[in-house]
Ligand binder design. Structure first.
Ligand SMILES: Cc1cc2nc3c(=O)[nH]c(=O)nc-3n(C[C@H](O)[C@H](O)[C@H](O)COP(=O)(O)OP(=O)(O)OC[C@H]3O[C@@H](n4cnc5c(N)ncnc54)[C@H](O)[C@@H]3O)c2cc1C
Length: 395
């Protein structure tokens, strides 16, 4: 059995590994020339933990995890206004929580392909899928003129993220499925030993209105940054900044010297995208199926994108792995959607709830957030925070 996977992100790599282990031949096409370095800290908890333990990926993830002591909201001088101890967060989220840099997670999934017998999974970087087709007999893709397209396959897996081209070609226009949550998020890594030394082991978030900067010191001399801001804040018309960096400098001016320094070192075109969910009535069509953010992005507000990407891809591998003739593909895809959709929809609902309070618009909302975080040791409040964080009340 042969599969083409579009996208070598976390979901695509895990799906490829699981199918390869089951005996499929898999070709993964990734438009970036190499694994993407774009990075931010992700809290890895929920279904991905159980799934990664089951498929043997967890030790690789745990090996690159960071030790975070606390999440702190801070003022412009980096003084804490509210603090959540990480052990407490882990308890609320269900004990096992890893703090992982997104590129480290992707690299761990890539390295895990060495578990697959040689030759079964081929990853081709620098090959962009620019067309896709699927019917009940098979599927295939078109790629940029600079590359040779793979021959048609039994199955096409679209794991090419929120702006999936497989989705656009097989299922329909992005605007029919993309649900923006009113914000944008940028993420990048800068090298600065001085800044790195100022907040080791604490994940800092600025306690600001309508925008928020997050900072975390890495093992190297680097600092990972993520910036969330209202989409409506974007400068319009005359004077609109040319580069992403210029826009971020405008949006995040006046948040103190640490954020100023981050923006001084910010690359010209860092990762910067709309914060959005993908909501679709069906995830498979003909012999094509979408996984990860391509069909069910929950947004960073749900904090589970990486976890769901792994768990969903592992489940797809469980269901498709034993399939040894094309006639088994459609039932396996239908079963995948039946079992996985409720999990994704629950996380999406949590993401939408979090969107309402993620960026306070006034001082009262900000004060409320501080009180809630300070009160997380109280029964009741901790369950409220847990529901915000994990989308269900932690037992
Ligand atoms: C700022 C921020 C913070 C986040 N924090 C968290 C968090 O705390 N916890 C968490 O779990 N999740 C978090 N997420 C979400 C998480 O990163 C994603 O949900 C997760 O990585 C989904 O993986 P994916 O493989 O489906 O998609 P992606 O990671 O988007 O991978 C898709 C891949 O496909 C490639 N591609 C795209 N188009 C094509 C094409 N046409 N041809 C070939 N290749 C293509 C892309 O280059 C990419 O490598 C966060 C996201 C952001 C933006």
């Amino acid at each position: 059995m042969k599969a083409i996977v579009a996208g070598a992100g976390i979901a695509g790599l895990v799906a490829a590994r699981q199918l390869g282990l089951a005996g499929w031949e898999v070709e993964v096409l990734e438009k970036s020339p190499a694994p993407r370095p774009d990075g931010y800290m992700m809290d890895f908890f929920g279904p991905g933990v159980e799934a990664s333990e089951r498929i043997g990926l967890y030790p690789r993830l745990a090996a690159v995890a960071y030790h975070v002591e606390a999440v702190e909201y801070v003022d412009a001088g980096l003084r804490p206004t509210a603090r959540l101890d990480y052990d407490q967060f882990a308890r609320l989220a269900g004990e096992k929580v890893l703090s992982l840099l997104r590129p480290d997670m992707e690299r761990a999934a890539l390295a895990a392909l060495e578990d697959v017998p040689s030759g079964r999974v081929r990853v081709r970087y620098g090959v962009r899928v620019c067309g896709a087709w699927a019917d009940e007999h098979g599927a295939g893709v078109a790629v940029d003129a600079s590359a040779v397209p793979p021959p048609g396959a039994d199955l096409l897996i679209g794991a090419d993220g929120v702006h999936s081209e497989v989705r656009a070609h097989v299922f329909g226009r992005e605007k029919d499925y993309l649900r923006p949550l009113g914000m944008r998020a940028a993420a990048f890594i800068v090298a600065d030993p001085g800044l790195n030394a100022r907040f080791a082991n604490r994940f800092l978030l600025t306690d600001t209105l309508d925008r928020m900067a997050g900072l975390y010191s890495l093992r190297t001399d680097e600092v990972a940054a993520f910036l969330v801001y209202r989409d409506a804040n974007r400068a319009q018309g005359d004077g609109q900044p040319q580069s992403t960096r210029e826009r971020l400098r405008r949006e995040f001016a006046g948040l103190g010297d640490a954020v100023d320094r981050l923006l001084e070192l910010c690359p010209e075109h860092p990762y910067d995208d709309v914060v959005a969910q993908i909501v679709m009535p069906a995830w498979h069509k003909g012999r094509a199926i979408l996984i990860g953010d391509a069909c069910g992005a929950v947004s960073l507000l749900a904090g589970q994108g990486g976890s769901l990407a792994i768990a969903g891809a592992a489940l797809l591998g469980d269901l498709l792995g034993p399939v040894d003739s094309p006639s088994g593909i459609a039932p396996a895809m239908a079963e995948f959607e039946r079992r996985w959709r409720p999990v994704v929809e629950e996380a999406q609902a949590a993401g939408r709830r979090a969107a309402a309070s993620f960026l306070p618009t006034n001082r009262t909302q900000r004060l409320l957030r501080r009180w809630i975080i300070r009160g997380t040791h109280l029964p009741g409040i901790d369950r409220l925070v847990a529901r915000q964080i994990v989308g269900r009340i932690a037992k």
